[in-house]
Design a protein around this ligand. Structure first.
Ligand SMILES: [Zn+2]
Ligand SMILES: [Zn+2]
Length: 261
């Protein structure tokens, strides 16, 4: 099994060293993992700076990669937090760096972070969801340098509404944009940690992606501590099989690799 979304001390919200995360992956019998530490320029909450020292990151990755050679395949990725005005700096960044895998995530919408609940103030839930998906579509149309979209329905983690299907038209437009480019989505298993009691995104969104011809799905725990490494990856694989996917995807040097489920 492959866990393609996890963090380490290089993320502002994580204090687990790469080595500890890799140790946990070996103990859980994983084949490969990918570190995807946070870069989220201009994050609305100024008390947290999501930036990564990329030279140190590359050194630390090489060290842990070599240390676990033969036991665990460790890839170097990044999780970019997109906002519309960050397209240019992220284009420059991704040109300069040799990541294996790039997750594009939206943690802020309309200049407000989802985590604090600020997005949901002064508007209805429907309006907040609409802003989130419309801004994501706008970013995806403008920015191409990524492998997959992270936790596509993250907005539901903070305020749950049993009606995401209202937004299928915008999500379809997102898929119409990314599928021909060979880009995918992930199943993120962190929903259980947040009491959502399901994987992200919801099954209807995964089915929609499949119906539209999408074939690239990665699976990741989004672990910020060793205990969560590999969490419920097996359950995500079962869900994929149940929906009719035959392969799970990993990435190396930004190219997809397909593993039979
Ligand atoms: Zn994220
Ligand atoms: Zn993450």
């Amino acid at each position: 099994m492959h866990d393609f979304h996890m963090h380490s001390t290089f993320s502002a919200d994580c204090d687990a060293p790469m080595e500890k995360m890799a140790d946990a992956a070996v103990r859980k019998g994983l084949t490969s993992i990918c570190f995807t530490d946070h870069i989220d320029y201009d994050y609305p909450d100024p008390s947290i700076v999501f930036d990564v020292n990329l030279d140190e990151y590359a050194k630390a990755h090489k060290a842990v990669h070599d240390q676990f050679s033969g036991k665990l395949d460790i890839r170097k990725g990044i999780e970019l937090g997109i906002q519309p005005h960050l397209v240019k700096p992220y284009n420059e960044l991704t040109k300069e760096q040799n990541f294996d895998f790039i997750i594009l995530s939206m943690h802020s919408t309309d200049g407000k972070d989802l985590h604090s609940g600020n997005l949901f103030k002064d508007c209805t839930l429907h309006e907040a969801y609409d802003k989130y998906y419309t801004e994501l579509l706008d970013c995806v149309k403008q920015f191409e340098a990524f492998s997959i979209l992270g936790h596509l329905d993250l907005v539901t983690r903070y305020k749950f509404e049993d009606g995401v299907h209202h937004f299928h038209d915008v999500i379809e437009e997102i898929f119409r944009t990314i599928i021909p480019r060979g880009q995918g989505i992930e199943i993120n298993t962190s929903g259980y940690k947040y009491n959502m009691n399901r994987l992200l995104p919801s099954r209807d969104i995964l089915e929609l992606y499949k119906q539209m011809g999408g074939e690239i799905i990665t699976v990741g725990s989004d672990a910020h501590r060793p205990e969560r490494v590999g969490d419920r990856i097996d359950e995500a694989y079962d869900l994929l099989k149940d929906i009719g996917f035959n392969y799970v995807t990993t990435f190396k040097e930004r190219k997809p690799e397909f593993h039979k489920l």
